[in-house]
Write a protein that binds this ligand. Structure first.
Ligand code: C2E
Ligand code: CA
Ligand code: CA
Ligand code: CA
Length: 278
């Protein structure tokens, strides 16, 4: 969990000071950005490896700052997490992604594409999240099976009991739960069975240049996930050879620049119109 550290202030270290000022400035700007609708979602395709079929998208947030240009999430999500903004960002991402999914759905007809939305703070895994999800489902009539939430293992660790309960209730609605960034820091095989995940996303550090020993590791993780009836999405698939190799291992999906960069909702709509002409 990311928290602001101790309360000790060290006024004579310029780097620290400017970072703090930056952070407060960004927080103020971010608050305003939400009101001014400067935040947007982009969508990166997720491809079924066995036949290259488009299967879904991961929703990724962007901040289109009037002066600084596009700010990547790595620069503002951690700041949002330290403030009360994180809840508003989560709702924004869910609402927007659901609306875009439903618009695309009119184009693809019965093909049930899924959209996967990131949640980044352990503090969000509470009854409010469940209520928000339920009212979203009621309000929009979206098919819950077409929505996934992406969560990381570290988020589970802050309050495992509560996480288990809340996630089980969310899972009951039919919404999917993906364990994100698997293979980094906190990975524990136990988490695969302790929490109701139906999908596991292999981090690019695990997938990239998977030669020899790492290929063995990758193969067993994929086999285990499959044994637990989970879908496996590999991130950072860099070459066609990697994609072929992963498909052979039984990995279901791939997501990387090789298959396509994140794109705005209207660009996705154009792509779908080409691919699925009515
Ligand atoms: P993530 O959830 O692991 O998302 C995947 C990141 O990998 C995205 O970066 C994506 O653009 C990037 N990526 C995709 N294909 C490739 C590839 O082939 N090679 C490499 N090197 N990178 C690739 P992005 O959009 O900058 O997002 C970074 C992180 O910010 C995300 O990592 C996620 O943790 C967080 N994030 C993004 N959007 C949201 C959001 O709406 N809410 C929350 N809470 N966090 C978000
Ligand atoms: Ca993710
Ligand atoms: Ca990831
Ligand atoms: Ca991440």
């Amino acid at each position: 969990a990311k928290r602001a550290g101790g309360s000790k202030v060290e006024p004579f270290r310029p780097a620290f000071r400017s970072t703090t000022t930056d952070r407060l400035q960004i927080e103020t700007d971010l608050r305003r950005a939400i009101e001014r609708r400067e935040l947007s979602m982009v969508y990166q395709p997720i491809i079924r490896l066995k036949d290259g079929e488009l299967s879904g998208f991961e929703a990724l947030m962007r901040w289109d700052h009037p002066k600084r240009g596009t700010i990547p999430p790595s620069e503002f999500i951690p700041i949002a997490e330290m403030s009360d903004l994180v809840g508003a960002l989560g709702i924004f991402a869910l609402d927007r992604a659901t609306a875009d999914l439903m618009a695309w759905q009119t184009q693809t007809g019965e093909l049930p594409l899924f959209v996967s939305v990131n949640l980044s703070s352990a503090r969000l895994i509470n009854a409010d999240l469940y209520n928000d999800v339920r009212s979203l489902l009621q309000k929009t009539q979206v098919n819950p099976a077409q929505l996934k939430l992406e969560l990381t293992e570290s988020m589970m660790m802050e309050n495992p009991e509560q996480a288990r309960l809340v996630l089980a209730k969310i899972r009951e609605t039919g919404i999917g739960l993906a364990l994100d960034d698997f293979g980094t820091g906190y990975s524990s095989l136990g988490h695969l069975t302790q929490f109701p995940f139906d999908t596991i996303k292999l981090d690019k550090s695990l997938v990239r240049d998977a030669t020899d020993k790492r290929a063995v590791l990758l193969r067993s993780v994929v086999a285990m996930a499959r044994g637990l009836d989970m879908s496996v999405i590999a991130e950072g698939v860099e070459t066609d050879d990697d994609a072929t190799e992963l498909a052979k291992m039984g990995c279901h999906y791939g997501q990387s620049y090789l298959f396509g960069p994140p794109a705005a909702a209207d660009a996705v709509m154009r792509l779908l119109k080409e691919r699925f002409p009515l």
